[in-house]
Design a protein around this ligand. Structure first.
Ligand SMILES: Cc1cc2nc3c(=O)[nH]c(=O)nc-3n(C[C@H](O)[C@H](O)[C@H](O)COP(=O)(O)OP(=O)(O)OC[C@H]3O[C@@H](n4cnc5c(N)ncnc54)[C@H](O)[C@@H]3O)c2cc1C
Length: 370
């Protein structure tokens, strides 16, 4: 009997699954990919695109040929509800889809709770596809410009530096706001020092404070007010609201609870990876690196669930290599306590990023032997 397997979301974690299906048929399966958009943006190249080093199309992966070669039916829609017990998805269009096996990788939602009052001045980095359009409008606007980036994680730092690069010919003031402990958390002090140097050289003003949206800008926890025409929210993501009512086991923070095998702890027919999950066996930061590396394990375990056999575990190495661009065709490499910066690191990052997109861009015929 044919089993229906649904991939919800066409982002980083699911690309490896589509590639796996393209390489080797999955007998007895009806494959479906639910995605709101045809293109998925490779987030690691977005700051480089803002800084003018890439064209927008360089950062986009077209899901249509990937799905076609994988033998998956594309449904352009978004999941709005999951009934885990009844194995039923409800989509934004009102359609429903039942499934035998579901893989969730819809990423997280932008956490805008303290900034929502900013209305049209606010530009969240997620969904990335909307951010691309929002940033294009800012970059093409004219006149004086004050821009604040809220969030001191790698994405916030890279975006502030890229914005400074992009707007360097204009009278623009650029600020980065985050609490002291929120500045590149999880990275070594040497990485933070290099990032501080890059921010200083680029003219980005750093405010170590909590920010709350206010009319015309940001009210900071140190009592000062930061006027801003535009505020980019890189405040991290939170679990999608529809997970809470799904019946799926979720962590206290609302993420899908999975083990090392990426299977839901409550519903074995549901697997998940990327920013939507929280591991119950160990703490892993939410990052594209882990989403991408979990992909092949997810692909193998989907096969195992359908065809029998044991599940593999995603066990990342103790240290993860992060490469952060600084807007000037240079980058900072962070690997545990090791930190190197410069144009050679950018060259490496550029090669890795372009290579990743190129691997997922081949035409169906070309990728046959990949
Ligand atoms: C600007 C920026 C730069 C970044 N740079 C880096 C970096 O250099 N290194 C790094 O490790 N991490 C980086 N990250 C983090 C990284 O992008 C995420 O951790 C990663 O994308 C998570 O992958 P994912 O598969 O969980 O989700 P995503 O890649 O976000 O994909 C989710 C997909 O699901 C779709 N979707 C969303 N909601 C629904 C729904 N309801 N139904 C169906 N589909 C849905 C979306 O359209 C999207 O295509 C960056 C993030 C940003 C915003």
């Amino acid at each position: 009997m044919t089993k229906r397997i649904i991939l919800a979301g066409g982002g980083h974690a699911h690309l490896a699954v589509l590639t796996d299906w393209a390489r080797e048929p999955l007998p007895g399966a009806e494959k479906v990919l639910v995605t709101p958009a045809r293109h998925t943006a490779y987030s690691g190249m977005v700051p480089g695109w803002m800084a003018g080093h890439y064209r927008m199309e360089d950062c986009l992966i077209d899901l249509a040929p990937l799905a076609e070669h994988a033998g998956a039916r594309l449904v352009y829609d978004a999941v709005t509800r999951l009934d885990a017990d009844w194995r039923l998805l409800t989509l934004a269009s009102g359609d429903t889809l039942s499934f035998d096996l579901l893989s969730l990788a819809t990423g997280g939602e932008a956490d805008l709770s303290s900034l929502a009052v900013l209305g049209e001045r606010l530009l969240p980095v997620k969904p990335v596809e909307q951010f691309l359009a929002g940033w294009t409008a800012i970059a093409e606007s004219t006149g004086l410009l004050s821009l604040a980036v809220v969030g001191g994680g790698a994405a916030g730092v890279e975006i502030a530096l890229a914005a400074a690069r992009a707007l360097r010919q204009r009278s623009a003031s650029i600020a980065l706001v985050c609490p002291h402990e929120g500045f590149l958390p999880g990275h070594h002090q040497r990485v933070r020092d290099k990032a501080l140097g890059a921010l200083g050289r680029s003219g980005v003003t750093l405010h170590f404070a909590q920010a709350a949206g206010a009319p015309g800008g940001l009210q900071l926890s140190d009592g000062s007010f930061l006027a801003a025409d535009h505020v980019i929210a890189a405040t991290g993501s939170r679990a999608p609201a529809w997970l809470a009512q799904s019946g799926l086991a979720c962590t206290d923070a609302g993420y899908a609870a999975v083990g090392a095998d990426l299977a839901s702890t409550s519903h074995p027919a549901i697997m998940a990876a990327g920013d939507i999950v929280e591991r119950i066996d160990r703490k892993l930061p939410r990052s594209g690196v882990h989403a991408v590396k979990a992909g092949p394990v997810l692909a193998a375990n989907i096969r195992a669930r359908l065809g029998g056999g044991g599940l593999r575990e995603y066990q990342p190495r103790r240290r993860t290599l992060y490469l952060m661009s600084t807007g000037d065709r240079r980058a900072i490499a962070s690997w545990g306590e090791l930190c190197v910066a410069g144009s050679l690191v950018w060259w490496l990052k550029d090669r890795i990023d372009r290579g990743f997109v190129a691997r997922h861009r081949r035409s169906p015929t070309a990728s046959q032997g990949a």
